[in-house]
Design a binder for this molecule. Structure first.
Ligand SMILES: *[C@@H]1O[C@H](CO)[C@@H](O)[C@H](O)[C@H]1NC(C)=O
Ligand SMILES: *[C@@H]1O[C@H](CO)[C@@H](O)[C@H](O)[C@H]1NC(C)=O
Ligand SMILES: *[C@@H]1O[C@H](CO)[C@@H](O)[C@H](O)[C@H]1NC(C)=O
Ligand SMILES: *[C@@H]1O[C@H](CO)[C@@H](O)[C@H](O)[C@H]1NC(C)=O
Ligand SMILES: *[C@@H]1O[C@H](CO)[C@@H](O)[C@H](O)[C@H]1NC(C)=O
Ligand SMILES: *[C@@H]1O[C@H](CO)[C@@H](O)[C@H](O)[C@H]1NC(C)=O
Length: 668
């Protein structure tokens, strides 16, 4: 009994301290929509609370971030050094991408020391972190990401996954989005635009974190992600909880419709039908909408569209510091117009298959940079869009034998790409017809080896395999020291999405097209090797792979070299312009490698890495007598020319006639 007063005192003290804490700290809440509780949510960046009661973290605007945090801090520990509490949260979200299949970039539920995340970058960083604080232990950041873009940099498994991130954008564990129903697992598309409920439960006594997803209001019994983890070192005594989202070159609108949270207990499951509905601007009812459009509404619409366009154009001109850091950056149209003196004819460097190329000079207070500006006009918006999604990737490619992409600009469906300027232009100007200057053999050999190194990098050395698809002399550019740099990688892909049927099936340039491409239409690293083989032979022979003006038996370069090889007169194919001054061993080596690469069967062609070893003399070439059946493949081509009798007319016309015929036969 004597203990009682003391006991009571203790309880009183405990109660008092508790009430002090609960005064400022709350550990349990439920939002079924956000209209009335706007004061409890702190918004940041582009995030807004809409009239209907949803939080819109981002809209379709490119490269923005949006944060929405519960305004009050949450107590996650009794004291700094004690064990973290259990917690549980549920929320309902929806992601509506700008283009149906392309998300950009996703969002995350996060627990962080601040409710601002002012150092977060957009795009792949989801507004959480930046390139400098990735993985830093002092971030004290926990996040469950809902990622709709596959970033190879962060080892993302696909473009539709849920992952657990600790102080880093590389997930400690991730799974493709799915949900359990009646014991079976079903795929779930995060960016479908439908509402998805998520449950995140952390039990601190078992150190288990579980994530569940469902398109319904009932909590599935099985988690899709279960991870053993002690959050004690990550979480501090008090933390903020909320959502972070961002868009990149591609964008989605990210919505949160409802949210509940609880410390040391299970959060309330949301009833989806009681949540605010997403706005009618989802495009389901477009038709009926159009029918009911009145004239005045149309005028309003026009005004709104032009306003949006104006804003977009204006946005285009603002380049923020992080844009310069995260790969290539966007140039303003004005800036490029100035740099090229209004895209003047005088500044025109040439025409490629993809459009006109201009020389430009970027002037800044302390420097002048020469650039090459490539204008690409394209019908298909989707194609441009997908390509832009790749610029972020392509812009990260860096190699001494690749032309550096500096940035881009988009004006309606015109895409403008900005590259390093290459003083000496393209290789074709030095080897065909009337060359600017005759390249010496040493120069040719060095150029070949350079291109080979660039291709090895694209095929094998980067985190992702990049297929060039349009290796040819016109795409090999020469800098002021005559170093070879491959240009235009990835561009051909743009034309896969084009509407012109003659370019849809097979892209590339006639004479460089691997035979299997016309059958499968599927570019591979070995189809690049084939094109590289054609390039080798061109450089040795000083002529195009298909030469309309040549004698019929010399029409197709590979055939001709092969014929000469068989009869032991291969040195006759060597470019006469060299005047007999060359290293015979090297020339023979290049011819042999050229023939190996031109094998009709892709599996018999060497890889680019093997090619480099052959050219460097590190590995001895295999014997190449065993080319049975080789002849047939190529005589088929020759037959075409003889039958159509088009070989007497020179140049690109022959090439395109031939190309479209191949496509027809390949497209059956
Ligand atoms: C919002 O904050 C007020 C006071 O800060 C509090 O009384 C109320 O319960 C909070 N609402 C929710 C849903 O957390
Ligand atoms: C997108 O959100 C930003 C920031 O809230 C806003 O300035 C912009 O007008 C919005 N754009 C559209 C098309 O709603
Ligand atoms: C807990 O740690 C944080 C960060 O180290 C510090 O700012 C805070 O003052 C500490 N709180 C207490 C009660 O020691
Ligand atoms: C981690 O961040 C802290 C605080 O910003 C900084 O002092 C420290 O140098 C960073 N550590 C690393 C390895 O970058
Ligand atoms: C999470 O992954 C990072 C590396 O990305 C690693 O340093 C860290 O130890 C991991 N944390 C846990 C709890 O496994
Ligand atoms: C954590 O797990 C233990 C053991 O399964 C269980 O007894 C306890 O209730 C759980 N705690 C929470 C907060 O779910």
């Amino acid at each position: 009994m004597a203990k009682t007063p003391l006991h009571l005192l203790c309880i009183l003290i405990l109660l008092a301290s508790n009430s002090i804490q609960s005064h400022s700290l709350q550990d349990d809440f439920l939002f079924s929509g956000f209209n009335e509780a706007a004061t409890n949510i702190t918004l940041n960046g582009g995030a807004v609370i809409e009239h209907k009661g949803t939080i819109r973290l981002t809209n379709d605007t490119e490269r923005v971030l949006g944060h929405a945090f519960y305004s009050n801090p949450i107590q996650f520990k009794n004291k700094n050094n004690t064990k973290v509490f259990s917690f549980s949260t549920s929320f309902a979200f929806a992601i509506i991408p700008q283009y149906p299949k392309l998300g950009g970039h996703g969002f995350a539920f996060t627990i962080s020391p601040s409710n601002k995340l002012s150092n977060g970058y957009p795009s792949q960083y989801l507004g959480l972190l930046n390139p400098h604080d990735l993985g830093n232990f002092s971030n004290h950041l926990f996040a469950v990401e809902f990622d709709t873009v596959q970033d190879f940099e962060f080892n993302d498994i696909n473009d539709n996954h849920v992952g657990i991130n600790l102080n880093n954008m590389v997930s400690n564990k991730s799974v493709k989005a799915c949900f359990f129903t009646d014991g079976s697992v079903q795929d779930l598309n995060l960016k479908s635009g439908s509402v998805i409920q998520t449950w995140i439960d952390y039990n601190s006594s078992t150190n288990h974190l579980e994530v569940r997803l469902s398109p319904t209001s009932s909590k599935p019994s099985s988690p899709i992600l279960s991870y053993k983890l002690d959050l004690t070192p990550i979480l501090q005594e008090t933390m903020y909880i909320g959502f972070s989202s961002s868009t990149g070159l591609l964008s989605s609108s990210h919505y949160i419709l409802g949210w509940s949270f609880k410390i040391n207990g299970e959060s309330k499951t949301l009833s989806l039908k009681h949540l605010p509905s997403l706005s009618s601007h989802t495009n389901h009812s477009k038709k009926s909408l159009f029918l009911g459009l009145s004239v005045s509404f149309l005028i309003l619409l026009v005004l709104a569209v032009s306003l949006a366009f104006y804003i977009k154009m204006r946005n285009c001109d603002v380049i923020e510091a992080w844009e310069l850091e995260v790969g290539p950056h966007r140039f303003s149209y004005k800036e490029l117009k100035q740099a090229t003196k209004g895209f003047k004819e005088k500044n025109l460097l040439g025409f490629g298959g993809f459009g006109k190329v201009y020389k430009g000079v970027l002037v800044s207070p302390n420097s002048k940079t020469e650039i090459a500006v490539k204008q690409i006009s394209h019908e298909s918006k989707q194609g441009v869009q997908e390509f832009i999604s790749e610029i972020e990737t392509i812009g990260k490619l860096r190699h001494r034998n690749l032309v550096q992409l500096l940035g881009w600009c988009r004006k309606k469906n015109d895409l403008i790409l900005v590259y390093d300027y290459m003083e000496n232009g393209s290789l074709d100007k030095y080897i065909f017809e009337k060359p600017r200057r005759i390249l010496k053999w040493e120069e040719r050999f060095r150029i070949i080896k350079g291109v080979a190194c660039g291709l090895v990098y694209l095929h094998e050395e980067w985190e992702q395999t990049v297929i060039h698809r349009d290796v040819k002399a016109g795409n090999v550019l020469l800098d002021s020291d005559m170093n070879a740099k491959l240009g235009d990688f990835g561009l051909a892909k743009l034309y896969d999405h084009g509407e012109n049927p003659s370019t849809t099936r097979v892209v590339g340039t006639m004479g460089y097209l691997a035979p299997e491409l016309t059958r499968t239409g599927k570019p591979t690293t070995s189809s690049d090797v084939f094109a590289f083989g054609a390039l080798l032979l061109e450089v040795v022979c000083g002529r195009r792979p298909i030469e309309g003006k040549a004698l019929p038996e010399e029409l197709v370069l590979v055939d001709w070299v092969w014929d000469k090889w068989r009869v032991g007169e291969v040195m006759e194919v060597v470019d006469k312009k060299l005047g007999g001054v060359y290293d015979e061993v090297e020339v023979l080596l290049v011819v042999k490698v050229g023939l190996l690469c031109s094998d009709e069967l892709p599996q018999r062609r060497p890889t680019m890495r093997q090619v480099v070893r052959y050219l460097e003399g590190e590995v001895k070439l295999p014997e190449i007598d065993g080319f049975a059946g080789k002849k047939e493949g190529y005589s088929y081509r020759r037959e075409f020319f003889e039958r159509e009798n088009t070989w007497s007319s020179a140049g690109d016309d022959v090439e395109s006639a031939f190309a479209s015929s191949l496509q027809l036969s390949g497209g059956r």
